[in-house]
Design a protein. Structure first.
Length: 373
């Protein structure tokens, strides 16, 4: 595999083997000459929107404060120690999405979003840890990072932020534009702006098993088939009327033990669960959609591309898009897998789509899930 400057001239296999989930990696000039993809004014406008997740974190006289968006106004640029965080920038700007896709050596099922942080001098979110892997790319100005592999992850009580109470730095780096720091989960870190700075955080999904378990049971509820009704034709007189009969428990337990799930059930659940749009993601179809005939003509000429907000995955004969699943033929799967991997189809390739796939593409186009370039 090709060595990537993005990974410090490691191949993806070398990085995943030696660093992923294991230890930090500082990469100087991971993206040489990197400049912010979005100006501060654009970020501030995004933070004003209801459907964009944002936060404003300030510190004054040692006291932390956090305000959730929409953020109608920001502190003066001359004020020290404030930070604006904007989540999911990749959902709204193609350049941000293109940056996120540079990390596609990690499966899309694990890739979460690109968060952009702007901070004035001294700004930060305090020493903390994340429950997921993260790449911290410096986009503008300088940020001083102090990191620690400490096992004590006790948090300060009573604060609006999750700040470590006993942070002790073991290493320290100053990152400049184009530099990047990778940190595995639960690695303590504290980043402080030196002058105005902007940092891009590429984060990865790491759902809790409890969360998955609860969602899977809800998913399986629709497929459980336990015919019949409880009966006890051999019932004997009760000695204690309020006591639940042992034979009642054993009979019910025997029926409940008939509930089974297969690898196919898990595959469909995971695909739908991981492709489900976040609560604040909304799709808008074209105001004046093309007819099916004109859509097919346009697709043959220009191809199609997934919306920035669309998540498309696949496994085996199953294709998943925005929380929905489809069982497809082998021929259809080949084309849809290209769309999922590349997030677009060129005209000649798209023109080979079967009638079923073309109808699906047209429905997704009407729903705003994909677009004509």
């Amino acid at each position: 595999m090709k060595k990537l400057p993005l990974l410090g001239n490691l191949t993806p296999a070398e990085f995943l083997r030696d660093y992923w989930h294991k230890k930090p990696l500082l990469i100087r000039q991971a993206i040489p000459g990197f400049k912010p993809l979005l100006p501060l004014a654009t970020l501030a406008d995004m933070a004003k929107l209801n459907h964009v997740e944002s936060r404003l974190i300030t510190r004054s006289d040692g006291q932390w404060d956090m305000q959730h968006g929409p953020l109608d106004a920001l502190p003066p640029a001359t004020q020290r120690e404030w930070t604006m965080l904007v989540q999911g920038a990749n959902l709204y700007h193609k350049s941000a999405d293109a940056l996120l896709r540079q990390f596609s050596f990690v499966p899309d099922a694990r890739l979460d979003d690109l968060m952009i942080s702007f901070a004035t001098d001294g700004g930060g979110v305090g020493p903390h840890f994340d429950s997921y892997d993260v790449f911290l790319l410096q986009a503008q100005g300088k940020r001083r990072w102090r990191i620690s592999a400490q096992q004590d992850l006790t948090l300060v009580e009573g604060l609006p932020l999750k700040i470590l109470s006993g942070f002790v730095a073991e290493e320290e780096f100053v990152l400049e534009p184009g530099d990047m720091l990778y940190l595995p989960p639960h690695y303590a870190h504290d980043g402080v702006a030196e002058g105005d700075c902007m940092t891009y955080s590429i984060g990865f999904r790491s759902p809790a098993y409890q969360e998955l378990g609860e969602a899977f049971l809800q998913f399986m509820a629709d497929s459980i088939d336990l015919p019949g009704r409880y009966a006890d034709p051999q019932l004997e007189p009760a000695k204690h009327s309020a006591e639940i009969p042992r034979h009642m428990l054993s009979t019910i337990a025997e029926e409940l033990n008939k509930v089974r799930f297969t690898e196919e059930d898990v595959t469909i659940f995971v695909g739908e669960y991981l492709s489900e749009p976040k609560h604040n993601v909304f799709f808008t179809g074209p105001e004046t959609p093309l007819t099916m005939g004109r859509f097919m003509q346009a697709v043959a000429r220009k191809g199609v591309a997934l919306s920035l907000k669309t998540q498309m995955l696949y496994r085996g004969s199953n294709v998943f898009i925005n929380g929905e699943s489809f069982d497809v033929s082998r021929a259809d799967k080949r084309l849809l897998a290209i769309l999922a991997d590349e997030r677009r189809l060129d005209g000649p390739t798209a023109a080979t789509a079967s009638d079923d796939v073309m109808e699906a593409l047209y429905t997704w186009y009407q729903d705003g899930w994909l677009e004509l370039p």
